[in-house]
Design a protein around this ligand. Structure first.
Ligand code: AHG
Ligand code: MN
Ligand code: MN
Ligand code: MN
Length: 331
């Protein structure tokens, strides 16, 4: 029976100089504690009144679901009243939200997609929470400009999948660790301390219904995959598209694959948001031996200009990401 390593112990082992009692460890624990509460609400579904629309739209014009709002409130509370974040930024908040006046202004900035895959809530398909942590300015409250840091500046990132089991993938910049929530004990328990994305794959994830809008490199790449073993790739591919980035990406961290949300004729920057979807996923992917580009350059090197900006995403098994990125660079 392997030793039971909780998240608290993992943080202590990763940060022996503070025995995991430092501000970053504390913020990670506050965020994942909020996710435990969200997991509990998600599991209740219709019986907890968390389905359906909140009859509001977010700053990006997306319909807000009841669970989007609930998750957002839980994570804001963890970030703003936990004394470790100077401010938070969320998919569901138009502007950055500073820590309340009089509250200690913590040394970090917390960014999150409180509920990813919202369109799947009513149909009981896995959804999740994505978070990213940056350093705050040394003194005083944080402004929106302080968030404008490239993904290479992240000090931690992770995501939780509310699925058949509740799982957490986390990086502190020293590899990727995988945890499963022991619902009875209320603890995230380590199941793999060295997650690796296989460099090769036979699985691609893309929303093919937009094919008529794709640019040539994406058409070429998918067409070659579809030609199978008799085509230029010399192997048969399979397709998966869950429409929950956290669920598609968890599969890729588990068995490899390439996830593509490209720019197209309708969406010049794709659909996914740089600061709280692409950057945390890219940090985790690179830490697990995978790759992540905007089809031309590393996502982590993109210089952000505004908190909700979108970015094309090509992420997962390194050989496939390099191939598709190469097609774009050659075009
Ligand atoms: P969110 O629910 O946080 O707005 O994100 C949804 C995203 C992502 O999770 C998923 O990969 C993508 O939207 C699905 O897009 P399509 O519905 O266009 O396939
Ligand atoms: Mn949304
Ligand atoms: Mn999302
Ligand atoms: Mn969301």
């Amino acid at each position: 029976m392997p030793e039971r390593v909780t998240l608290a112990r993992y943080l202590a082992e990763q940060r022996p100089e503070t025995r995991g009692l430092d501000e970053l460890s504390g913020l990670v624990q506050q965020v994942t504690d909020a996710c435990k509460g969200i997991a509990d609400a998600v599991r209740g579904g219709a019986l907890r009144g968390v389905l359906g629309s909140a009859d509001a739209a977010n700053t990006q014009g997306e319909e807000q679901k009841t669970l989007d709002v609930l998750a957002n409130e839980r994570l804001k509370e963890a970030g703003l009243w936990g004394g470790r974040a100077a401010a938070v930024a969320s998919e569901e908040e138009a502007e950055a939200v500073p820590a309340p006046a009089g509250q200690p202004s913590g040394p970090y900035l917390l960014l999150f997609d409180p509920l990813d895959g919202s369109s799947n809530i009513e149909v009981n398909v896995s959804v999740g929470t994505i978070f990213s942590i940056l350093k705050a300015p040394s003194e005083g409250t944080a402004s929106i400009e302080d968030f404008m840091q490239p993904g290479t500046e992240q000090v931690a990132a992770g995501f939780v999948v509310y699925g058949p089991s509740t799982t957490l993938l986390l990086t502190l910049g020293n590899g990727v660790a995988q945890f499963t929530l022991d619902h009875g004990a209320g603890e995230f328990v380590l199941v793999n301390d060295n997650v690796q994305i296989p460099a090769q794959t036979k699985e691609f994830a893309i929303n093919v219904s937009y094919q008529r809008f794709w640019e040539a490199p994406v058409r070429r790449y998918i067409d070659e995959c579809l030609q199978g073993e008799d085509g230029p790739r010399g192997k048969n591919f399979n397709m998966r598209w869950i429409a929950s980035m956290v669920a598609d990406m968890y599969r890729i961290f588990t068995r490899g694959g390439i996830f593509i949300y490209p720019r197209d004729a309708n969406r010049p920057d794709g659909r996914l948001r740089l600061m709280y979807e692409a950057n945390p996923m890219a940090f985790l992917a690179e830490q697990a031996g995978g790759a992540a580009t905007d089809a031309h350059q590393r996502i982590l090197e993109r210089a952000p200009e505004q908190i909700h900006q979108k970015v094309p995403v090509v992420i997962g098994s390194k050989e496939e990401v390099d191939r598709l990125t190469g097609y774009h660079q050659a075009s």
